[in-house]
Design a protein around this ligand. Structure first.
Ligand SMILES: [Ca+2]
Length: 324
């Protein structure tokens, strides 16, 4: 009997907790955020009323727990390296050719790399995401402890972005991680790295492909893209430089160190370059690549070395597709 009473008490307190969590505006973290935002010109009442409308989405938490980057390279590569994607790139290129070349001239990032990123992120705007950004960020910032700090910061940036660009935080749609538009910028990146590339006075990454193209190039340029460097080159076995496969990129070697260790396949002109060695679990066995600071710049877009290699190889396929 006593046990049953305890069980009943437990059930009541769980349901009370669920009701208390149902309204994000009541959470102390949200009140503190609203106070901070008020000092930066965002109405406290607006933040609290918007957060009162934000919903917790279990689908967002489930999606976070199974990202594609956990696959091995041999399974990851075929998702992105399909001929159809390079063909879609060529169609997008035929419409936005002038903008893409202007971005390459002004920001130094090759046309095919910009195309590869927009292709991997959203298939040229076809899959920009259907989650309400405020719901995704509220769920992860307030009900996903492992990444709460990061996503609460993005939630705060969402309100700053709304203020800066006259966008309604309740209306914006994006991915389960709150990434928006053609290039899938999270709010802090949108604020820091997007540019108005068509000169209409607005930075619109959601509906304006010209701003999106300029902003993807600007993001890479601001993260150290060097127009004079390549991205990646296959090399012979180099396990001593990459004992762990598919690990994070850190520029830590020079080309001549590889040459001195009899690693084959490195281009002569890469002897003086700073680089990293990436080992991948490929379809034909383990493969090794020398990668430059440009490859590292792509990992600032998405930390996964598999992502950066997919972008690199798709860029190469796209280059063949768009070269007359
Ligand atoms: Ca614009």
């Amino acid at each position: 009997m006593k046990k049953q009473v305890l069980a009943l008490v437990a059930a009541v307190s769980v349901s009370t907790a669920q009701i208390a969590h149902a309204n994000y505006a009541d959470r102390p973290e949200v009140k503190a955020m609203a106070d901070r935002l008020a000092t930066q010109g965002v109405s406290r009442d607006f933040v609290l009323s918007a957060m009162g409308e934000a919903k917790r989405l279990d689908s967002v938490i489930n999606a976070m727990n199974r990202p594609a980057e956990r696959k091995a390279w041999r399974d990851y590569r075929p998702i992105f390296l399909k001929p159809e994607r390079a063909k879609a790139a060529a169609e997008f290129y035929s419409v936005h050719r002038n903008t893409l070349h202007r971005a390459e001239e002004e920001l130094g990032v090759p046309v095919e790399v910009i195309l590869a990123i927009i292709g991997v992120e959203t298939y040229y705007g076809r899959n920009k995401g259907s989650f309400r950004v405020i719901d995704a960020l509220a769920t992860l910032g307030l009900d996903y402890p492992r990444r709460a700090e990061f996503f609460l910061g993005e939630l705060e940036s969402l309100f700053l972005l709304g203020e800066a660009e006259s966008l309604d935080p309740l209306a914006l749609k994006g991915s389960y991680a709150g990434a928006m538009g053609y290039g899938q910028f999270i709010p802090s990146s949108y604020l820091a790295y997007s540019i108005d590339f068509d000169g209409d006075g607005r930075r619109d990454l959601l509906e304006n492909p010209v701003d999106a193209i300029g902003s993807v190039a600007n993001y890479l340029a601001r993260h150290g893209w060097d127009a004079n460097l390549g991205i990646a080159h296959p090399i012979g076995s180099a396990s001593q430089f990459a004992p762990e496969l598919e690990r994070s990129i850190k520029i830590q070697y020079r080309g001549d160190q590889l040459i001195a260790a009899d690693v084959t396949g490195l281009p002569n002109e890469w002897a003086d370059l700073e680089l990293d060695v990436l080992g991948l679990d490929g379809a034909q066995g383990v493969e090794y690549w020398a990668v430059t600071k440009n490859f590292y710049a792509i990992t600032r877009y998405n930390r996964s070395p598999l992502y950066a290699m997919a972008v690199t190889q798709l860029a190469s396929e796209i280059e063949k597709e768009i070269t007359p």
